[in-house]
Design a protein around this ligand. Structure first.
Ligand SMILES: Cc1ncc(C[n+]2csc(CCOP(=O)(O)OP(=O)(O)O)c2C)c(N)n1
Ligand SMILES: [Mg+2]
Length: 608
């Protein structure tokens, strides 16, 4: 006999799903016993995390780091499914195929107000809107699993299968009868049309050939298309700005790569977008419309695998629906070859200026340890095959601006949901997918306290099974929800709300030691180089507890007068950190034009 639970696992295996992140409970017991057998037989891998949110984050990250074709989170009914929601939304918003297996109340108890009984179909209707179904009869299991997998892949989204606990242990109908009302589904993935029509490609080429100053915005859709993107960028003489999820696409050290874009981006990306006359968006829906060229400034082409994403952020004239790699390859021979390189020279000057400004910020002596210095020193030491996992907070900004990714590296984060707590689940998934590669997690202390300290337990459980034990967690211990503090200062012009934003100082390295891991707390610039040498040479996962300054300003790439005024206002309202910010931050850390803006803003407020 094959139980329904066993068929769930076997059928997902046919779709290439062999790794399951989860947490047990009686609602999902039938899948867990199927997984026990599959793991024993070497057909599946189960990773036990500390929280169902982590299971869903990790399932998403497994796909992002090139592990499984479809991520799978397996969680129990009621509270288990509720916990998983945030990680599932992360996958949905970043367009990652994930199937959620949700245990459920037994059929006979459904509707009775039973323990842990939650209306799961309604609960996940939004996050798994593309497909959610309950297996109420053993004869449904094959088609429900097939549809959940096919739709997750085809729509690059989250689907959910609700599995009542009693159905899971019944005899599965593996081959439904040849009778009215039964489905006979396939487990072979659908192919997709990946190259746009020739006429549309010619139109795009003509448009781009008519532009002299082309900017490319590259996003997650370009991952895997590095050679093609490079060739098209070279042919167009273009500068390339990268959305956060597309950061690993191109080497950050290339002079025509302006780096990150958006509020956490570089001044060079801002200049590139604001000065170009042609825009090619590839695999990105970066939502900050004010960081694109001004409306009407540039003629634009967009390439996206999903036609619904085209023309979403900019008034594009040609929208090419296709796979980035194949579409760029098809576009290349249609483009003219006589560009003179002058635009790229200009882009190179902007990039150079940005890198000088960045180096000055890194070298700034701050009141406490400068986090940009800590991150830059790591960046310079990253092994070629490094994988990075980044949390939401100032770590995101440091990753965007201070980490130079090189070819072959992998990096990801909760890129659209921007959820705190993702870095450790992502790092674990990266390591499980590639146990022979070193992993680096960049995490704020708030995010560490949210999920990180717990998931270090998962690390302590599994690290001995990894071929390479290098798993380095950098905790930016600023004892503050610093990103929010800066948002409050710059956007709202308010002083910090200590009760809400101050964080307890936690001995993260000591916690690592208690778990049998390595770790060290540092607080002085002189310790940084030695620390990275120690962390990289460690024979086990290592937690770097870096006591860093919370008051290093997060300057948007194009500081507006309003933001400076708001920041200044907040200081006049009695921001307790104002003297430190002025002394340590703005004056030394930013370039002359911004400095002028700062003084103008202060004068405007003080009447000076
Ligand atoms: C789950 C979740 N809750 C709240 C937020 C809002 N938020 C964004 S960044 C941030 C502060 C992060 O603090 P920390 O992890 O200490 O990093 P820091 O910015 O201090 O380096 C907060 C609260 C969020 N993005 N996600
Ligand atoms: Mg913090």
């Amino acid at each position: 006999m094959t139980t329904v639970g066993e068929h769930v696992v076997a059928r997902l295996g046919e779709w290439g799903v062999r790794r399951f992140y989860g947490y047990p409970g009686d609602g999902i017991g039938g899948v867990m016993s199927a997984l026990r057998k599959a793991v024993d037989a070497g057909d599946a891998e189960f990773v036990q995390v500390r929280h169902e949110e982590t299971a869903a984050f990790a399932a998403c990250a497994d796909v992002k780091y090139g592990g499984s074709p479809i991520g799978c989170a397996v969680v129990t009914s009621g509270p288990g499914a509720i916990h998983a929601l945030n990680g599932l939304y992360d996958a949905k918003l970043d367009h990652v195929p994930v199937v959620a297996l949700l245990g459920h109340t037994a059929r006979n108890a459904q509707g009775s107000g039973y323990y842990q009984e939650v209306d799961l179909l309604t609960l996940v209707k939004d996050v798994a809107g593309a497909y959610v179904a309950q297996v109420s009869e053993p004869s449904q299991v094959r088609h429900v699993i097939d549809r959940a997998a096919r739709i997750a892949l085809a729509h690059r989204t989250v689907t959910a299968v609700v599995l009542p606990s009693d159905v899971l242990v019944e005899d599965a109908v593996v081959e439904p009868p040849d009778a009215h009302g039964y489905a006979h589904t396939s487990a072979v993935p659908s192919t997709t049309a990946t190259v746009p029509p020739a006429a549309a490609l010619r139109e795009a080429a003509a448009l781009l050939d008519g532009c002299e100053k082309v900017a490319i915005l590259a996003g997650a859709g370009c991952l895997g298309a590095t050679p093609e993107l490079t060739a098209v960028a070279d042919r167009l003489d273009a500068g390339v700005a990268k959305a956060l999820l597309g950061k690993a696409v191109l080497d950050d050290r290339l002079p025509w790569v302006t780096g990150a874009i958006g509020l956490l981006g570089t001044r060079a990306s801002w200049d590139l977008m604001r000065e170009c006359d042609g825009l090619l968006i590839v695999g990105s829906t970066m939502p900050y419309s004010d960081f694109y060229p001004a409306p009407g400034q540039a003629r634009a082409v967009q390439i996206d695998i999903d036609g619904a994403n085209c023309g979403l952020r900019y008034d594009t004239e040609v929208n090419l629906v296709g796979d980035a790699q194949e579409t760029l390859a098809a576009l290349l021979p249609l483009l003219r070859t006589d560009r003179d390189g002058s635009w790229r020279e200009q882009v190179g000057e902007w990039t150079h200026a940005w890198r000088e400004q960045s180096a000055a910020r890194v070298a700034t002596r701050t009141h406490e340890l400068n986090p940009e210095y800590v991150v830059r020193e790591l960046s310079d030491r990253l092994p070629d095959d490094a994988m990075l996992a980044v949390d939401c907070g100032t770590a995101t900004s440091h990753f965007a601006r201070d980490v130079d990714l090189r070819p072959g590296m992998l990096a990801s984060l909760s890129g659209t949901l921007l959820s705190m707590g993702g870095a450790l689940p992502y790092a674990i998934a990266a390591k499980v997918a590639h146990p022979d590669r070193p992993v680096f997690a960049l995490v704020g202390d708030g995010a560490m306290q949210m999920n990180g300290v717990n998931e270090l337990i998962t690390v302590s459980r599994y690290w001995r099974t990894w071929a390479d034990p290098t798993f380095v967690v950098l905790v930016l211990n600023n004892r503050d929800l610093s990103f929010v503090t800066w948002e409050m200062r710059a956007m709202v012009g308010d002083v910090p709300f200590a009760e809400s934003q101050d964080l307890p100082d936690v001995p993260y390295a000591d916690w690592a030691h208690l778990l049998g891991l390595g770790g060290r707390r540092i607080s002085e610039p002189g310790e940084v180089a030695g620390l990275w040498a120690e962390a990289l040479a460690a024979d086990r996962p290592f937690v770097v507890d870096a006591v860093v300054d919370a008051n290093v300003p997060l300057i948007p790439p194009h500081l507006t007068l309003e933001q400076v005024v708001n920041t200044a206002k907040s200081q006049l309202k009695g921001d307790p950190d104002a003297p430190l910010i002025i002394a340590d931050g703005l004056r030394e850390a930013v370039g002359a034009p911004v400095k002028g803006l700062w003084h103008r803003a202060k004068d405007a407020i003080t009447g000076g």
